[in-house]
Design a protein around this ligand. Structure first.
Ligand code: NAD
Length: 434
C-alpha cells in the first residue's frame, strides 16, 4: 500500500519505518527541516533501539523516504496517517492545532479517494472534526479512521511490530477492512470499534495505567508508615491474574509525553460533558506529590537545609531507554534542588541534550559519567532505572561519594545488593537501610 505518515516524531517515525518494513511504500512527512536532514543522512533524531537499522534498510530498499512536501506525499498515497503532536494547553485540554493544520493541508492536496487515519491521541469527536475540516475544503471522497497508538518509548519498534492489539475505529466497513489488511501481518488481535469508542479507548487505557501507578505509590506511602515493603506487596498482588505485575512498581511517579497530558485531557473531556472524573483527579494529584517524596527525604536527612549540599542525580529521562524528557520528574526535582541552593550534578546516558534544551543551564553541573556525577556528593538520587545504574559497582560508588547516602527513586536495589556496604539507603515504600 502507498502510505503517508504526517509527523515524524516518536510515533510517526516508528510507525512509518515499520509500515515500510512490512513491505509498504511509505513517505514520512515533517515540517522540521533539521529532523529531515538527520533522517535523510541515515541517522535518527531520537533515541529508540533498532530504529536506525530499519530506517536505513528500508530507505536503501526504496520503500521509505522523508520529505517536507506534504502535498506531493498525500497525492502519491492511498492512506494518510496523521501522527502529529497533541500537547496540553494551559487548561489541560489537548491542543489540536497541529491536527487542524495537517487536516487542512491534506484537504488541499486531495486528488482522489483516500483513507485518512488519526494515530495521534485525540479527544472524542476529533476524527469528526478532521472530517468536517477536510469536507469543507474538498469534494474528493475519503474515509476517516481512528487508529490509536499504544507503543512505548524505549521499545517502540518491538511494540509496533508485535502489538498486543490494533484498534481500528471506523464507520466505513471497506476502509476498516483495508486498515485491517494493512495490520494483519502484525497481530490477529484487531479490535474494530466505532470512531468515538476508539478515541475513548486510548485515553481510558492510559488513564488506567496511570491509575495503577498512583495506586501502588499510595500503597508504598502507607507501607513506609506501617513498616511493610511495597515490593513484596506488589509481587504478591501481581500473581493474581486479575491484577497482573505490570505497572505496579512504586517510585517517584510517571512522566513522559503521554500519561500526564492524557490524564489531564481525559479530565477535561469528562468536564465538557459535566462529569467530574474524581478518581483520575486523585491519580494526577498523587503523581504530582510523589516526585517530591525524594526532596522531602533529602530535607529530612539534611535537617531541612539543602543550601550548599552537593546532590548527584542519576537519570533525567522519564524512563530508561529513551531520550525523552517531556514531563520527566527530573525537571521539577532538579529545579527544586537548585532553588534550595544545592549544587546539583546530573548524569544521564542519553537524555542530557534534551534536558538542557528543556530545562536550560540554571545552576546544574553536567557530568559525562555516573561516577563523575557521584564524586564528592553528599547524597545520590536515582531517578531513572537505566541498566547502567542498576549494574553499578556499589563498592566503588561508595568510595567516590562524600557521604554514602543513596535515595533510590525507582526501587532498583535489593537489600542483599547493599549488604556489606556502608550505604544509608532510602527507597520508596520500603524500609530504609543504614
Ligand atoms: P512528537 O512531538 O515527537 O512528533 C510530532 C511531529 O509532528 C514533530 O516532528 C512535528 O514537527 C511534526 N508535525 C507537526 N505538525 C506537522 C505538520 N502539519 N506537518 C508535518 N509534520 C508536522 O510527538 P509524538 O510523541 O510522536 O506523539 C504524536 C502523537 O502520538 C501524540 O498525539 C501522542 O499523544 C501520541 N502518542 C505518543 C506516544 C509516545 O510514546 N510518544 C505513544 C502513543 C501515542
Amino acid at each position: 500500500m502507498n502510505i503517508t505518515v504526517i509527523g515524524a516524531g516518536y510515533v510517526g517515525l516508528v510507525s512509518g519505518v515499520c509500515y515500510a518494513e512490512l513491505g509498504n511504500q511509505v513517505i514520512c512527512v515533517d515540517k522540521d527541516q533539521a529532523k529531515l536532514d538527520i533522517l535523510r543522512n541515515g541517522a535518527i533524531p531520537i533515541y529508540e533501539p533498532n530504529l536506525q537499522e530499519l530506517s536505513l534498510k528500508n530507505m536503501a530498499a526504496g520503500k521509505l523516504s522523508y520529505t517536507s512536501d506534504l502535498h506531493r506525499a498525500v497525492q502519491l498515497s492511498d492512506i494518510v496517517i496523521i501522527a502529529v503532536g497533541t500537547p496540553s494547553l494551559a487548561n489541560g485540554e489537548a491542543d489540536l492545532s497541529y491536527i487542524d493544520q495537517a487536516a487542512d493541508e491534506i484537504a488541499e492536496a486531495m486528488n482522489g479517494y483516500k483513507i485518512i487515519a488519526v494515530k495521534s491521541t485525540v479527544p472524542v469527536g476529533t476524527n469528526e472534526r478532521v472530517r468536517d475540516r477536510i469536507r469543507r475544503l474538498t469534494s474528493e471522497r475519503f474515509d476517516s479512521i481512528s487508529l490509536p497508538e499504544f507503543l512505548r518509548e524505549g521499545s517502540a519498534v518491538q511494540d509496533t511490530l508485535h502489538p498486543d492489539r490494533i484498534v481500528i475505529g471506523a464507520d466505513s466497513q471497506s476502509a476498516a477492512d483495508t486498515m485491517a489488511k494493512l495490520h494483519a501481518p502484525l497481530t490477529d488481535q484487531i479490535v474494530m470499534t466505532d470512531i468515538r469508542s476508539s478515541e475513548m479507548l486510548k485515553y481510558a487505557s492510559n488513564a488506567f495505567l496511570a491509575t495503577k501507578i498512583s495506586f501502588i505509590n499510595e500503597i508504598a506511602n502507607i507501607c513506609e508508615k506501617v513498616g511493610a515493603d511495597v515490593t513484596q506487596v506488589a509481587q504478591g498482588m501481581g500473581y493474581d491474574n486479575r491484577i497482573g505485575h505490570s505497572f505496579l512498581k512504586a517510585g517517584i511517579g510517571y512522566g513522559g509525553s503521554c500519561f500526564p497530558k492524557d490524564t489531564r485531557a481525559l479530565i477535561q473531556i469528562a468536564g465538557h460533558v459535566d462529569y467530574e472524573f474524581k478518581l483520575l483527579r486523585a491519580v494526577v494529584e498523587v503523581n504530582q506529590d510523589q516526585r517530591f517524596k525524594m526532596i522531602r527525604k533529602l530535607e529530612t536527612i539534611f535537617d531541612g537545609n539543602l543550601q550548599g549540599k552537593t546532590i548527584a542525580i542519576w537519570g533525567l529521562s522519564f524512563k530508561p531507554n529513551t531520550d525523552d524528557v517531556r514531563e520527566s520528574p527530573a525537571l521539577e526535582i532538579v529545579q527544586h534542588l537548585v532553588n534550595s541552593g544545592a549544587v546539583v550534578k546530573v548524569y544521564d546516558p542519553i537524555a542530557i541534550p534534551n534536558f538542557r534544551r528543556m530545562y536550560g543551564e540554571d545552576g546544574v553541573v553536567w557530568c559525562e559519567g555516573a561516577l563523575e556525577a557521584a564524586a564528592d556528593a553528599d547524597a545520590l538520587c536515582l531517578l531513572t532505572e537505566w541498566d547502567e545504574f542498576i549494574h553499578v559497582d556499589l563498592n566503588q560508588l561508595q568510595t567516590v561519594l562524600r557521604k554514602p547516602i543513596l535515595i533510590d527513586g525507582r526501587n532498583v536495589f535489593k537489600e542483599e545488593d547493599l549488604a556489606g556496604t556502608a550505604f544509608i539507603y532510602y527507597s520508596i515504600g520500603r524500609p530504609s537501610l543504614n
